[in-house]
Structures are given as structure tokens and as C-alpha cells.
Ligand binder design. Sequence first.
Ligand SMILES: NC(=O)c1ccc[n+]([C@@H]2O[C@H](COP(=O)([O-])OP(=O)(O)OC[C@H]3O[C@@H](n4cnc5c(N)ncnc54)[C@H](OP(=O)(O)O)[C@@H]3O)[C@@H](O)[C@H]2O)c1
Length: 217
Amino acid sequence: MEKEISVAIVGGTGNLGTALAARLAAPGVRVLIGSRDPEKAKAVVESLKPKVTQGRLEGRGNQEAVTEAEFVVIAVPYEGHAKIVADLKGQLAGKTVIDTVVPLQKGRPFVPPAGSALLEAQKIIEGEAPVVGALHNISAADLGDAEASLGDVLVCGDSEAAKQSVMEIIRRIGARAFDAGPAANAYVVEGLTGVLIYLNRKYKSKHGSVKITGIGE
Ligand SMILES: NC(=O)c1ccc[n+]([C@@H]2O[C@H](COP(=O)([O-])OP(=O)(O)OC[C@H]3O[C@@H](n4cnc5c(N)ncnc54)[C@H](OP(=O)(O)O)[C@@H]3O)[C@@H](O)[C@H]2O)c1
């Protein structure tokens, strides 16, 4: 039997968070959907119930969600990233943080002053919790469709143990996970999403994602 784990999703009411919550709950992960407004989180949980018939799905304010979980996914737009990480710093201590955030300005990628969203979070958290970058290149449309196959997930971070545990969670949602190196590599993985956004627009798709060939096939 797989180990029971709990995952909070900060910004869990959004496109990525909602889709991820359903994918995680299906194999039995306890999911705490977080929001700045706890009522909004509870409403999202209700809306997911017909789709998610098993697993534990609960709605909370971001702070409460983080407090109750072992893993914390940050799934807010880049504009809110630094502030929400700083606001939650006290609750994040001792957790494993999974940062999905892509620095975008008007839909275009850019490299933020810290070097990447992951390095920004790492700097704010100051070693209180390992930060792992993951899920940047996954399509929320595919994630939200239980039947859809998922692209590969490139996982970056400076803690080998945290990366391994995050890769295990990624496998539970039905995607292949690859160790893509240290936190210093995150700007490449985050930036790749800018290319996927362009490709989706150009080729009128919602499913652009990444596949690694030649490894593990
Ligand atoms: N969508 C995708 O396909 C996808 C794929 C990979 C990675 N990502 C990354 O995942 C993150 C979330 O994407 P998304 O499409 O899910 O975004 P979204 O739907 O626009 O927003 C997600 C949630 O973030 C919260 N939020 C919005 N503005 C905020 C702010 N200023 N401060 C704190 N919280 C705020 C909101 O929740 P409450 O109002 O309930 O607090 C919102 O529901 C982004 O950084 C994106 O780059 C997205």
C-alpha cells in the first residue's frame, strides 16, 4: 500500500490547482485546496465532488491548508508569488514546497531578478523548507481530463530527497517525472512554458507539453 500523503495547493481554486487537486485525489492523496477566501475553496471542492468520487478533498484558507499538509504546491500567478510565499513563510517551515510558477508578463516569459520563480521562493524561505520546481510544462487542460495522457514533468531543486519525494507524487498523477537538476536550472524549465504558450496559440491547442525521448523508454 502506498504511503498516505497530504498536499496543500495555494491558489488551488485556479486552472492548474483545480485540475491538480482532482488528479491527486483520485489515487487517494489528501488534498487541501487553499484560497485567499476559504469559502471560495469550499465551493471549488463542492464543484469537484461529482468528478472526484474517492479521496479526501477539502477547502481551506491558504494558511490553514499549508498548516495541515506535508507538501505545499504554489499555484498562483507570478504577480502574487513573492508576497504569498513571504506571507506563508512561517507555515511553510518543515514542509516540502512545490513551486509551479512561471514568471510571465502579458503572457510572455521573463527572468525575474532572483533568476527564476524557484530561486525567488528559495531566497524568501531561507532554508526553512526545501523548494522543488515542478509541473511548469504540464497542460492544465490535460491535467483536468482524467482520461488524457500527460506530458513529462521536469523537476528541479537543490534537495535530492525533496526532489525524489516530489517525483513520486508526480508519478501518482500519471505523469513521468525527470530529475532536471539543481534549482539553478529552473529558469530554463520555467521559460519553456513561454514557448509552449506560443505553440498553443500558433497551433490552436491547449495541450502543448514536453516529452523526453531516449530516456527510460
Ligand atoms: N494553467 C496552466 O496550464 C499552468 C501550467 C503550468 C504552470 N502554471 C503556473 O501555475 C500558476 C497558476 O496558474 P493558473 O492558470 O492556475 O492561474 P490562475 O487560475 O489565474 O490563478 C490561480 C489562483 O491564484 C490565486 N491568485 C490570483 N492572484 C493572486 C495573487 N495576486 N496573490 C495570491 N493568490 C492569487 C487565485 O486564488 P484565490 O482567489 O482563490 O486565492 C487563483 O484562483 C501560474 O504561476 C502558472 O504560471 C499554470
